[in-house]
Design a protein around this ligand. Structure first.
Ligand code: GDP
Length: 298
């Protein structure tokens, strides 16, 4: 135990350790397969993905006697196979400023993630500007300013309640003037009035395209892994609201439900650019499919 970023680890032991030491071999039969499906569902993989993963793992192996370690290894292989294509860092373009629009529901970790990303980009020698586009939440703006200070990155703000699109435009101008490599734009995350939010996001995009027709170059959706299957719903909603190009999964340090990442990869195939593994500025890691698969099935 310990050490890994994902705390889904250990959940197989609930089934497998109970009645079998790792070296004991068990017949892979329908009953065993059903138990494995249940474990995968308990890890929040969702029914469809859990059944597919278990079935693929069992294909050609039914009736064979396998050790616990072998079963874990085969399941880890299957999970890694699904996750490998989506494990991609956020692409960096030579075009400057590269505009990164950050969307997601309130509380998902947008502010924290912007701060962590800004810090990483800074460490990589990039200049960054942040725009506090959630102008209706004073607390969000304050939080973002704190993160900007931590990361050593300027945060552009506008008066409470003012038009986020006009702030975004001003931020484009400032980022250009500063010769910034990246402009990260925070956005509102209130889903209570989706039509409003859609219009707000669409207007931000329209306005920044006046400065650069190719912007935003990335639209990151920040998802809280502890919300489990709800994350799937959030992807569906935000795909309608914005042209989501990649995901950041936060709070993977505090959940045994990391299986939702497998369901997300299986269902949407969107790249997972990074994972949040804590509340500190350095707690953002690249997504490693092999580590993840082993932690989930270990
Ligand atoms: P926002 O409303 O989407 O901007 O969310 P915040 O960035 O304010 O984050 C909401 C809460 O989640 C804060 O308490 C953060 O410290 C916490 N948080 C964000 N990312 C992570 C993470 O990766 N791990 C943990 N444990 N907490 C996180």
């Amino acid at each position: 135990e310990g050490g890994g970023a994902v705390s889904g680890r250990g959940f197989f032991n609930r089934l497998l350790r109970r009645d079998a030491a790792p070296v004991v071999r068990r017949t892979l039969d329908d009953d065993m397969l059903e138990q494995l499906e249940e474990l995968l569902i308990a890890a929040d993989m969702g029914v469809d993905t859990a059944m597919r993963v278990a079935a693929n793992m069992a294909e050609g192996r039914m009736g064979r006697k396998l050790s616990v370690e072998e079963i874990k290894g085969l399941l880890a292989d299957e999970v890694a196979r699904i996750m490998e294509p989506v494990a991609r860092p956020m692409p960096l373009y030579s075009k400057t400023p590269q505009v990164v629009l950050v969307v997601g529901v309130n509380g998902s970790g947008k502010t924290t993630t912007i701060g962590k990303l800004a810090s990483q980009f800074r460490a990589a020698g990039k200049t960054v500007v942040i725009a506090a586009g959630d102008t209706f939440r004073a607390a969000a703006v304050e939080q973002l300013q704190i993160w900007g200070e931590r990361a050593g990155v300027p945060v552009l703000t506008a008066p409470e309640g003012s038009d986020p699109a006009s702030l975004a435009f001003d931020a484009m101008v400032k980022a250009e003037q500063d010769g910034a490599d990246l402009l990260m734009i925070d956005t509102a995350g209130r889903l209570q009035n989706r039509a409003d939010l859609m219009e707000e996001l669409a207007k931000i995009v329209r306005v920044i395209r006046k400065k650069d027709p190719e912007a935003p170059h990335n639209t990151l959706l920040v998802l809280d892994a502890t919300t489990g299957q709800n994350a799937l719903l959030q992807v569906e909603i935000f795909k309608k609201l914005a042209d989501v190009s990649g995901l950041v999964m936060t709070k993977l340090d505090g959940t045994a439900k990391g299986g939702v990442l497998v369901a997300l990869a299986d269902k949407f195939g969107l790249p997972i650019h990074a994972i949040g593994v804590g509340e500190q500025i350095d707690d953002l890691a690249p997504f490693d499919p092999r580590d993840f698969a082993e932690a989930l099935t270990g």
